[in-house]
Design a protein around this ligand. Structure first.
Ligand code: PLP
Length: 388
């Protein structure tokens, strides 16, 4: 049975062009970019070329990109870096209650170090209200961090509006764009952000590499201490093959974006429509329109999300219950709880995330298989019996 992969928000396969671009940097061009001799300078050149490609994808200057080990490090660096660099100005941070764990846990860490964090509520679609941000700002607010789009429910947040508010308030503004980079337009000037987190493995690049955009003149306390790499902002020998792969993935994403958005939006809407028609007591989570072209998150009442995932896996269909980071824990999704779901409702959610290799046949197969699985699980479900 051919495997149907519908979890592109968890990670994407590295595209063959990217693997090809990376390969030579493991073997022939293996020099350390900090070495003065030519084999080091060759890899330094490759890192700088990749930096230019990533910068071009987000409308930034090359020197505003710092490569990291991924999105988690970029989030940690942005938030801790600004917080510690501005301790004399203030100790207040504003974020949303639906951020990725990389942001939420970093904020919790800072709370233990004397910072005060406001976790803003969201509406039933998972949208942050910019007016709530305005209300939450105090004279001590140094940083606002709101994600560009949710990895779980796909809702796209009003980042440009929040950017204006942050600027007026004189607070730094960070967005986690891990789920949007390469999928929808991301322009740091249009969004009005000072810091933006990226991860290569969500746009068909390799795992273990990402970047933080740092607007010129934004002071950050370094996250890693050691050598002078990345203009003294991130110590450690550069992951040259990874960085080259990230640059290649970024370069390839731009010209394909419009076409992919159109294709995936069509498939996404087919899937949503089919699920609503074929499975009763099912509803769409997240905003119906302001959502990522590849995200379908649904709640199927009276069934456990994990049971659906495991049964779909037996049919060679890979989906998740929420984010990959939280799906191994049995805690209900903090995102759905923040949107007003009960723990039972939150447990019955499924996230499909579509991508480059998703076809119409894949969608038809899901629509054929899932209603059968749900009917089988509901027949055994104590949740449905107690409802009747
Ligand atoms: N932020 C968001 C929104 C994500 O979806 C993820 C990964 O799922 C991360 C951060 C973490 O990125 P990485 O896996 O590169 O550390």
């Amino acid at each position: 049975m051919r495997r149907i992969y519908l979890d592109y928000a968890a990670t994407t396969p590295t595209r063959p062009e990217v693997v090809k671009a990376m390969l030579g940097y493991f073997t022939d061009a293996f020099g350390n970019p900090s070495s003065l001799y030519s084999c080091g300078q060759e890899t330094k050149g490759a890192v700088e070329e990749a930096r230019g490609k990533v910068a071009a994808l987000i409308g930034a200057r090359d020197e505003e990109i710092v490569f990291t080990s991924g999105g988690t490090e970029a989030d940690n660096f942005a938030i801790k870096g600004v917080a510690f660099a501005n301790e004399s100005k203030g100790n207040h941070i504003i974020t949303s209650s639906i951020e990725h764990h990389a942001v939420i846990e970093t904020c919790k860490f800072l709370e233990g170090r004397g910072f005060i964090v406001t976790y803003l509520p969201v509406d039933k679609y998972g949208l942050v209200d910019p007016d709530d941000i305005k209300q939450a700002i105090t004279g001590k607010t140094v940083l606002i961090s709101v994600m560009h789009a949710s990895n779980e429910i796909g809702t796209i947040e009003p980042i440009a509006e929040i950017g204006k508010i942050a600027r007026e308030a004189g607070a730094y503004f960070h967005t986690d764009a891990v789920q949007t980079l390469g999928h929808i337009p991301v322009d740091v000037n249009e969004l009005g952000v000072d810091l933006l987190s990226m991860s290569a493995h969500k746009l068909y690049g390799p795992k273990g590499v990402g970047a933080l955009y740092i607007r010129k003149c934004t002071g950050l306390v370094p996250f890693m201490h050691g050598g002078e790499q990345e203009r003294r902002r991130r110590a450690s020998t550069e992951n040259v093959p990874g960085i080259v792969g990230f640059g290649t993935a970024a370069e390839l994403a731009q010209p394909e974006m419009d076409g992919e958005t159109e294709r995936l939006t069509y498939l996404r809407d087919q899937l949503i429509k089919g699920l609503m028609e074929r499975i009763d007591h099912t509803h769409l989570n997240g905003h119906p329109l302001k959502r990522l072209p590849n995200n379908v998150n649904v709640s199927v009442n009276y069934v456990e999300g994990e049971s659906m995932v495991l049964n779909l896996d037996l049919e060679s269909i890979c989906v998740s219950t929420g984010s990959a980071c939280s799906s191994s824990s049995l805690e209900p999704s903090h995102v759905l709880l923040a949107m007003g779901f009960s723990p039972e409702q939150a447990h019955g959610s499924l996230r499909f995330s579509l991508g480059k290799w998703t076809t119409e046949e894949d969608i038809s197969r899901v629509l054929e298989v899932l209603p059968r699985i749900v009917a089988k699980l509901r027949a055994m479900s104590p949740l449905l019996k107690s409802h009747r």
